[in-house]
Design a protein around this ligand. Structure first.
Ligand code: IPD
Length: 281
């Protein structure tokens, strides 16, 4: 039975290299365009970094499959099969990257037989490296991570992200969900502009729960392993098992807080990552 530790080592090396490219590019002028909506941004660097990661990995692992944010946006079918599959977000927090707001990450997840095996997330501004392999714990710069054990929602800090849809009906639901969680009351709600880094904060115990409608499989894949290995739970917004392609997630340090969040949420429908590419938003 393969333990995929060699692949994890390679993922770490390529995430560090990609992170350096992103870090240098932050200071350069950027050509920005939009994808599914005017707020769903992409830059030349997103494409360059994805190409760097996928070309390096496919040369090393020619039989492996790849799901990448920019390849998917370009129309490559986003399909998770039983084959070893790398799930890549070259720049998570592209809007932050455009503004040089210091919350930007490279995220590389790896799944085999549709099971997530390991995840690597590199924070391109402060050089923090999050890693986890199934059954072997989660680490931040080599130091073991543990989620918050808080069960009382009135002492919880909750994280979320906005998603690309900004029509009035979506915003009403989005703000309604925040209002419910603020009035629980919780300690607060934070939005940092990077799903993967927000999820890393759940793994490190800096916040108690995360939820979002509208993220993608490349935003969740690596982070899900890191949170689970740090002792937390990652699930669907209905409370069922996580569906990587469903574009929605609840993650928390404890099941009690996850269940509470699940009960408060009204759904926002973003479709699925594995539906036809032009359905993405
Ligand atoms: C996005 C960011 C954003 C979140 C979106 C993600 P990207 O990733 O994490 O904060 O709201 O759902 O897709 O486009 O910057 O890689």
């Amino acid at each position: 039975m393969e333990d995929w530790s060699d692949c994890l080592d390679v993922a770490v090396q390529i995430a560090l290299r990609a992170g350096q490219v992103v870090h240098l590019a932050v200071k350069q002028e950027k050509r920005v365009s939009s994808k599914s909506t005017p707020t769903d941004l992409v830059t030349e660097s997103d494409h360059q970094v994805e190409e760097l990661i996928i070309s390096t990995l496919s040369e090393k692992y020619p039989s492996h499959r790849f799901i990448g944010e920019e390849s998917s946006a370009a129309g490559v079918k986003c399909e998770l099969t039983d084959s070893p599959t790398w799930i890549i977000d070259p720049i998570d927090g592209t809007c932050n990257f455009v503004h040089s707001f210091p919350m930007v990450a490279v995220s590389i997840g790896f799944a085999v037989r549709k099971e997530l095996e390991f995840g690597v997330i590199y924070h391109c501004f402060d050089g923090t490296l999050y890693t986890a392999r199934k059954g072997h714990g989660a680490f931040c710069n080599g130091v073991r991570l543990h989620v918050s054990k808080e069960k009382d929602v009135s002492k919880a800090l909750i994280l979320t992200e906005i998603g690309a849809k900004r029509d009035p009906a979506t915003l009403d639901i989005f703000l309604g969900n925040i209002k419910k969680l603020l009035s629980a009351p919780t300690h607060g709600v934070r939005i940092i502009g990077s799903s993967t880094l927000a999820l890393c904060h759940i793994a490190s115990g800096a916040a108690e729960a995360y939820y979002q409608y509208g993220l993608h499989c490349w935003d969740i894949a690596a982070a899900a392993v890191i949170i689970r290995e740090a002792g937390g739970c990652v699930m669907d917004t209905t409370g069922g098992p996580l569906d990587l392609m469903s574009r929605r997630v609840v993650a928390a340090g404890t099941r009690e807080i996850a269940d509470y969040v699940v009960k408060q949420l009204l759904p926002i429908n973003y479709g699925r990552d594995d539906s036809e590419p032009d359905a993405h938003a």
